[in-house]
Design a protein around this ligand. Structure first.
Ligand code: HEC
Length: 302
């Protein structure tokens, strides 16, 4: 069936040679001789769906309390951001070497570009693994806000796009625009996943560091000493590291590092978000104010 398909396509191309130019959209309509028909796109599309769905299904669980690691980063969140940023840097390099391979750059292509492209791609994939381990197997698919939902979807999509791109490379002979389009899609999804997490985190960090003037002092009615007890009983320490509380949790940010002010902590404890459960229904208003005072006082606020 396929051979027949190619044959008739070849005839069509022969009849209308003026429609063939080298990198134009006209090629979208008819694959050149020796190339696969567009029906073969089903293979990478199925690969995309399988891998994206598998990632989503594996991630379909509540946050797990144990098994996090942080290497030399301040907490697992910064570990993920660090590796995700490395992936994005390598992805940019991938884009650059791909343009070289497709002879879109003004320089002659040396022989090392292809292997370097391949190996930087493998390295990028390896860098996604510590991120995927934490996101997929520890935190799971989360949707408390649009940012986190978008990040969860893009993260699953990244593995789908990766599988699709590798399928296209391995099957060879796809019509010319297919591989660059798949590579571009993978790149876009990776940037999206990074933008909704690592870049967000870095901005969040800088905003926290740069805005002491906007930060809120601890109100007189909030009692940090009582808050220490709330911190213990509410189980904050199972997710957060905070020396003053003797807590070494690894799921949420290290509270000695992010140093939230009173209002940030109060709002976060009350409403939750981004993997942090809300405590509004479980603690009284006063308890929430107390525990926020405890966290803010530890962060250096008075
Ligand atoms: C199930 C794990 C978990 C528990 C329990 C938990 N947190 Fe969190 N917390 C998180 C996560 C994850 C985040 C990061 C959320 C995000 O993406 O912004 C967070 C964020 C925070 C922040 C915001 C830090 C910042 O500046 O960005 C504060 C403050 C905080 N938690 C305090 C507490 C306190 C106090 C308690 C106990 C009442 C508590 N958390 C219980 C997981 C948890």
């Amino acid at each position: 069936m396929c051979a027949h398909d190619h044959l008739s396509r070849r005839k069509a191309v022969a009849r209308a040679p003026q429609l063939r130019f080298d990198n134009g959209v006209a090629e979208l309509a008819a694959p050149a001789p020796g190339q696969r028909s567009y029906r073969w796109l089903a293979a990478p599309l199925v690969a995309f769906a399988l891998f994206a769905l598998t990632a989503g299904l594996l991630a379909n669980h509540n946050p797990r309390p144990k098994g996090y690691f942080r290497l030399f980063f301040s907490d697992p969140i910064h570990l993920k951001a660090g590796f995700a940023t490395a992936v994005v840097v390598l992805a940019c390099f991938q884009l650059f070497t791909a343009a070289w391979i497709f002879r879109k750059l003004p320089w002659r292509k040396p022989a090392w570009v292809n292997p370097v492209h391949r190996w930087s791609g493998r390295l990028a994939f390896a860098c996604t693994l510590p991120v995927a381990y934490h996101c997929i197997f520890k935190l799971g698919f989360r949707d408390p806000s649009n940012r986190v939902l978008a990040h969860s979807l893009l993260g699953c999509g990244a593995y789908g796009a990766f599988a699709a791109k590798v399928t296209i490379v391995r099957l060879h002979r796809f019509p010319r625009p297919v591989l660059p389009l798949a590579g571009g899609l993978l790149f876009a999804v990776l940037i999206g996943a990074w933008y909704t997490s690592a870049l967000w985190l870095y901005r969040h960090d800088t905003a926290a560091a740069a805005a002491p003037a906007k930060s809120s002092p601890i109100p007189a009615g909030a009692n940090a000493t009582a808050g220490a007890a709330v911190f213990k009983s509410a189980g904050c320490g199972s997710c957060h590291t905070m020396k003053a509380a003797g807590a070494g949790g690894q799921i949420g940010p290290n509270l000695d590092e992010v140093r939230p002010d009173f209002e940030t902590a109060r709002a976060m404890v009350e409403r939750g978000g981004g993997g942090m459960p809300p405590f509004g229904g479980q603690l009284t208003r006063q308890q929430i104010r107390d525990v926020a005072a405890f966290v803010a006082k530890n962060a250096g606020f008075r």
